[in-house]
Design a protein around this ligand. Structure first.
Ligand code: SF4
Length: 154
């Protein structure tokens, strides 16, 4: 008899179009910080309202299953959240977002509150001129490269 399967965790910077995808939050304000929904809304209920020339992940954050063939997976861990840790805390008051995903969130499972403090600033599709976001999103980026960029940026 096999052991119990580990619980399915969810990616908070996930896909919009997988069957289980839900809206995590809305990017809003001048800085595009995420405002989290109180309850999950199936992505399929909103995607049809987004104009075809807009990439949905530029304006919304979606959550979907954390999958073993993701470019960011290393064993059971997510390397994306390790790089997200290089970002500054998103909220000056240090408050933790109220978030419907927490009980099943891969980032929370892996790093706890440290991820939540940075999560609102993450854009699944970031602006092309946001170098730090590009480095964080790139699975090939090393911790040394992130540290060097942050040191150079002062
Ligand atoms: S990292 Fe925290 S705030 Fe972000 S989705 Fe996961 S539980 Fe929610």
């Amino acid at each position: 008899m096999g052991g119990k399967e580990p619980a399915q965790t969810w990616c908070p910077s996930g896909e919009a179009h997988t069957p289980e995808s839900v809206v995590l939050g809305v990017r809003s304000g001048r800085d595009g910080g995420v405002v989290y929904l109180a309850d999950p809304v199936p992505a399929s209920e909103v995607l049809g309202d987004i104009p075809p020339d807009i990439e949905p992940r530029r304006i919304l954050r979606f959550a979907s299953h954390c999958v073993s063939d993701c470019v960011n997976r290393r064993g059971a861990d997510c390397t994306l959240v390790e790089r997200v840790m290089a970002r500054p805390v998103a909220r000056e008051d240090g408050s933790v977002p109220r978030c419907h995903l927490r009980p099943r969130c891969q980032w929370w499972t892996q790093t706890g509150v440290a991820a939540c403090l940075r999560c609102p600033a993450v854009a699944t599709r970031h602006r092309v001129d946001d170098t730090l976001a590009e480095l964080v999103a790139d699975p090939a980026t090393t911790q040394e490269q992130l540290d060097a960029w942050i040191a150079a940026a002062g």
